[in-house]
Each structure stands twice: as C-alpha cells, then as structure tokens.
Design a binder for this molecule. Structure first.
Ligand SMILES: Nc1ncnc2c1ncn2[C@@H]1O[C@H](COP(=O)(O)OP(=O)(O)OP(=O)(O)O)[C@@H](O)[C@H]1O
Length: 327
C-alpha cells in the first residue's frame, strides 16, 4: 500500500560529463522503512543519495515525495535531511549551536532554537554534553550530534552516507543498533548508503543492491540473501558459492554445503584451506575444473571429524538450496 510520504525515484539518471553514474533507476521507498543502498565503490550509491538530498542535480527523471516532485527544489525545502560520513560539524561551535544551526539560518530566535536543539540532543542521548565543542566528543558522540543536527529540520526522509564508516568495529556495531532504534522511534524513512553487506543485512527492512549504475536487486534483507537473482548479488552479498551444473549457474549458501566424506553423489573436492571462525570453520575447497567452493561447517561438526589441508572430501547439498541465477 502506498503512503502519502513514500519516496519514489522515477527513471532517475545522473551523468557527470560522459560518465553515467546512475542509469534510469526506478524505486519506491516505503515511508517509515529502513532502506540500505548497498554496492561496490563507484556503483552510484552516493550520487543517488545526493540527488535525493538535492546536493546534486538530476540529469533526467523525477524524485517524488508523496505526490510532489522535489527534484528541482532546494535541499532545505524537500522534507529530506542528510547526515554526512565526516559528520561535518563546525569545530568552533558548541554541540548545541551545531544542532541549532539550520534553525538559526531560518531566522528562528535563540530561545526557540535552543529549546528544539535540546530536545533533539535528549533524543540522541547527548543532552549533558550540549556545551562541548566537537573535538571534546568521542566518535560515537560526534555521530549522534550529527544525527541530531540532521533531525532538527523534522525530515520525512533521513539520508545517511556511510554513517558508520569512521567508527571502530566495536562502536560500529553498537551505533548501528542505535540507528535502527532511532528510526523505529521516529517512524520516518532512513536511506543508508553502505558497502558493508553485514551492515545492510543487520539494519535494513529493504536492501537495494546497486551495480554499474543500476539496481541489480531490491527486497527484504532475508529475501535478497536467500534468493539472490544474479551472480553479482550472490557474490556481493557474501556467504554464497556460485556453481555451474549442466550448463546453468546456481547460488548455493556456504552454510548449506554438506560435508559428506565417503557418500555417493555430490562433488569430489580437495581442501585448500581451513579457517577457524569460532562458531564455524570455513573450508576453502577446490572442485572439478578448479571451481572454488566455500563451506561453513558448524565447529562441533567439523571437530567431530576434522579435515586438513590437502584432504579429499565429497560435498553435497539439497536440491532446494540451489538458486538458479539469471544467465
Ligand atoms: N563529481 C563527480 N564528477 C565526475 N564523476 C563523478 C563525480 N562524482 C561521482 N562520479 C563518478 O560517478 C560514479 C558513481 O560515483 P558514486 O560516488 O555515486 O559511487 P558510490 O557507489 O557512492 O561509490 P563509493 O562507495 O566509492 O562512494 C563513479 O564512476 C564516480 O567516479
């Protein structure tokens, strides 16, 4: 069902000179959903986000928020707000003034804008640090300040360009759950650009996988992971093998590869590498025609019958775990 605040891209193209960064993409972002734009470097994710924000012009096509074409509007009037990778906080201003900045530009009086800024700082848990300058904040706190600053305009769509990339791995995982919680509390749309597959799967109600300036596949995180449609998606989303059988190509999840020494059927492979990963052991296998196959074996199962580099092992799978890929 469509809502009045859905965001829609209609045949949106971005050209920089002769480079086509985004090629006639169509997509409907449902209001109130957490969407991750996922793809390798240079696939057009940031250009897409910047066009939605109004920081980059649209070469062709339209961007609709509800029934309004926002593609020619100035950024501040669109109903969108952007949080940048570097947070872009003003170093000489207090956190409170950073958050209140856009309200100051609108000519809103000091008492009103500070009251609003304090509300936002409370929302992100920074109310006690309002009088500090950005250099006196940790990476995670700077990120929250940047979030509060973006949210003060009351956007219907928050655009986040690699918001977690500046954080160390531990903090990244903590902040990503905070982002999700915040999105759920606010009930607005978050569009989050990342090249991290784990991040997209952990956060997104919908994952939009881009490649070479187009959307290769979009859908709920589980659907994209369990049924990748193309070889690119299967490889990029991770955790899959691409195998050729009878002239067709299939995706097969690494954790669905069964290690069945001595069993009939399946494929005969050689163990090229063994990596202990805690919950699983990752086996690098080489099958007929030098096909590389990865098997993720639960650690208990592996250590019940350990294998070594150079061992021969027969692998198998259920027919239902083979997903045909577009040729
Ligand atoms: N201002 C620009 N001028 C010229 N070409 C650009 C400009 N910005 C981006 N491009 C090109 O457009 C293509 C898409 O870039 P974009 O930044 O949208 O990709 P991305 O998927 O966000 O990549 P990354 O993950 O590296 O940020 C690339 O080929 C890039 O070199």
């Amino acid at each position: 069902m469509r809502s009045k605040l859905d965001l829609e891209l209609v045949s949106v193209t971005k050209r920089y000179g002769t480079t086509v960064a985004v090629n006639a993409i169509n997509h409907l972002f449902h209001h109130g959903s957490y969407v991750c734009l996922l793809g390798p470097s240079g696939c057009g994710k940031s250009s897409t986000l910047r066009m939605i924000a109004g920081h980059e012009s649209v070469s062709e096509g339209a961007i609709l928020l509800g029934n309004t074409d926002i593609s020619q509007m100035p950024p501040a009037r669109r109903g969108t707000a952007m949080m940048f990778q570097s947070y872009a906080l003003f170093p000489h201003m207090t956190v409170l003034d950073n958050v209140a900045f856009s309200q100051k530009m609108k000519g809103i009086d000091k008492a009103t804008r500070h009251k609003k800024a304090r509300e936002l700082l409370e929302l992100v848990g920074l109310d006690t640090l309002a009088d500090r300058v950005p250099a006196q904040l940790s990476g995670g706190q700077q990120q929250r300040a940047a979030l509060a600053r973006a949210l003060i305009t009351g956007p219907e769509v928050l655009l986040l360009d690699e918001p977690l990339s500046a954080l160390d791995p531990f903090l990244r995982i903590r902040m990503r759950s905070e982002l999700k919680k915040l999105q759920q509390e606010l009930g607005i749309t978050f569009v989050h650009v990342t090249h991290g597959q784990d991040e997209a799967l952990a956060l997104a109600d919908e994952v939009v996988v881009m490649n070479n300036a187009v959307i290769e596949q979009a859908g709920p995180a589980r659907e994209v992971f369990n049924a990748p449609k193309t070889e690119f998606v299967a490889r990029f989303i991770g955790g899959h093998n691409v195998i050729a059988l009878n002239g067709k190509r299939f995706a097969l999840r690494s954790d669905r590869v069964q290690i069945a020494p001595g069993a009939d059927g399946g494929l005969e492979t050689a163990v090229a590498s063994v990596e202990y990963l805690g919950t699983h052991v990752s086996l690098g296998l080489v099958g007929p025609g030098d096909t590389a196959i990865n098997a993720m074996v639960p650690e208990e199962e592996f250590f019940a019958k350990p294998l070594e580099q150079g061992s021969q092992v027969r692998i198998n799978w259920h027919e239902r775990d083979l997903h045909p890929l577009a040729q």
